[in-house]
Design a protein around this ligand. Structure first.
Ligand code: BTN
Length: 249
């Protein structure tokens, strides 16, 4: 791809999300500026977790975006278009990647990519968004405490050139990001639900009251997960209120 993208590469940094934040405090960067590294000393994940990545093996990057015409109440649509871009890129390598709500990317029962979106919201609008993506590419082994982690190399048995893959994934994400307009919300939902992990399948979950089985039916516009249960009807969950129980882990 002929790149017109603004990519700022760093040898080693604490976290591409933190670097993006620092840069934004100093200056306004163009929409879709990418902060890229192959090594983070303090990579951050969801739920205050550390994002572990072996140096020089994986893609670690953050996209700075100013989603125009996106109201704060619709911010989950940004998460949807980003995960769709990632999953479309991965499915171009081999079919079978799914989005595990809200925006993890899975192949079968294993996670190969995590997304940490940090929005800065003013009144009703999104001022800017830092979209951090960690995608496991060439790393073959993961620590025992990450039994669900996997990588592209383990799935396809190919070794990848990280710069080339960065350009390829960005191309897919940008195409998907350009769909982010209210008139496309219906289409985005349809595609997101079609790629949602375990949709319409009986699955096991855990909430503050314990374990239960239910069926994912979709998400609400603000992002809550909709689960149908056999004895207590439909339930709606925010991100921190529910966990999937993976029988293989
Ligand atoms: C998750 O927990 O699933 C989200 C992980 C996000 C990791 C990426 S790596 C690049 C960017 N910089 C960070 O510190 N975190 C994100």
């Amino acid at each position: 791809m002929k790149s017109t993208l603004n990519i700022l590469s760093f040898e080693k940094i604490t976290s591409t999300n933190d670097e993006a934040k620092k840069l934004l405090q100093k200056t306004k960067l163009p929409d879709f500026t990418v902060i890229f590294t192959k090594q983070q000393s303090k990579g951050r994940g969801q739920r205050e977790n550390i994002w572990y990545s072996e140096p020089n093996k994986n893609l670690l990057f953050s996209i700075i975006a100013y989603p125009k015409n996106l109201k704060a109440k619709n911010q989950f649509y940004l998460s949807k278009v980003i995960s769709l871009g990632i999953v479309n890129y991965l499915n171009s390598k081999t079919e079978g990647f799914k989005i595990k709500w809200p925006n993890d990317i899975y192949f079968r029962e294993k996670k190969i990519c995590g997304v940490l979106i940090e929005n800065s919201v003013s009144a009703y609008d999104i001022k800017n968004s830092i979209i951090g993506i960690g995608l496991n590419i060439n790393q073959k082994k993961f620590p025992d405490y990450l039994p669900q982690a996997d990588s592209l190399i383990n799935i396809t048995s190919e070794v990848y050139n990280l710069e080339k893959e960065l350009n390829a994934i960005l191309k897919h994400i940008l195409i998907s990001y350009k769909n982010l307009k209210p008139e496309n919300f219906y289409k985005i939902d349809k595609e997101y639900f079609s790629k949602l992990y375990k949709i319409n399948e009986l699955s096991e979950f855990r909430d503050k009251n314990g374990n239960f089985s239910g069926i994912i039916k979709g998400t609400l516009p603000e992002g809550k997960l909709i689960i149908e249960t056999s004895n207590s009807g439909i339930r709606y969950y925010d991100f921190k209120e529910i966990e999937f129980i993976n029988r293989t882990s």
